[in-house]
Design a protein around this ligand. Sequence first.
Ligand SMILES: [Zn+2]
Length: 440
Amino acid sequence: MMPDWKALGDEALEITRQYLRIDTTNPPGNETPAAEFLGGILQEAGFETTILESAAGRGNLVARLPGRARDASGALCLLHHLDVVPADPSEWSVDPFGAEIRDGYLWGRGAIDMKSMGVMQLMTMLSLAREKTALERDVVFVAVADEEAGGVMGAAWLTKHHPDLVACRDVINEGGYGLSETKPPMMACALSEKALLWIKLTARGTPGHASMPPDDRAISKLLAALGDLAAHPPALAISPLVERTFRALAAKAPAPRRKVIEAILSPKARPVLPMLSKKLPRYQRALLGNVISMTKLEAGYKENVVPGTASATIDCRLVPETDPEEFFANLSARMARFDVRCEVLFSDGPCGVSEGPLLPLLEQVCDESFPDTTFAPVLCPAFTDSRYFRQLGADAYGLIPVMLTNAEVATFHGIDERIPLDGLRKGCEVVYEITRRACG
Ligand SMILES: [Zn+2]
């Protein structure tokens, strides 16, 4: 028995509107009311739900639909995060927490990132429960706190302290979505993401009076080191996963465009890659190898005192082929030449590439649901909670099955975040179809 998609879409829209009105801006997060809201809907449908707080107000919700196989570790996990990034109402055309419907969109912080996806997953749970036909595999619905601040109070905490509760084989999460304006249009499915590595650089020197500066100056050393980093950024490179994205697009692109893509991928193009990359939008350029961004600088406390220490923080995003430890060792050696010491502030370790049996199924369902769109595996430039589940041994796929224009994509983490109403409806069908087929 297939769900009544019209009725289910109406219900999804209403639930999403209520969900968007629950302010889970992180910081501080305060996700528990949102976890209770979704948990209440699941309970009404007969689910047993668990809400676990990592700290006061930081709720995480789990509900499991047991399968006939009675194998929790074989579950399909539908994962999303409850929190959202801040929104400044003075910059928005609508109240960011008003969940207004206007011009064919539902507006609000979290409309794309990623409360709507949470509701698509929720509707799948509700539909399956209403059908009362047990699937072979478990389906586990997981809604976590704190993704927008790195997941420490959410997915990291939950997978560390309650791994049995969230046991699964595959995860469907954020990280990729449909892009209607690429040529050809593509449904991006993230198989991996760049690893995060934060490093603090510290230079020490002789403190002293500014009127008689010492020879050994901390700020000068740090500046020389940072100047070297700025002048010689990591070499641009095309990772195997990025190459696959291009190849998937090339296969369906018209001939002239296909030739351009193939030219970019050819080893002969490597020397001109820096020049070619300047024509790419920032988010695409960010995928061409490792990236280092300088994010903090600290030195000095008084106008006429030469400080004894100066420090900077750099944010490094590493492609899956780079070993973070090796990267750090090389960077430390390079900075040592300037008498600057490196220390790791945060490292989430290498992030594997997920490519299990679910992948062809995702491609098949997306090809059927979005016929003129190319399904393309991608590397996600930013971190998501998928990495915590990959570390548990699960395959995680970033796939929000909604087609978006570039202008719509720019709204998440930006202003006027909104999702097309028909995209939300269709997304409910696609997530259901994937789950149904994956879990048999
Ligand atoms: Zn997100």
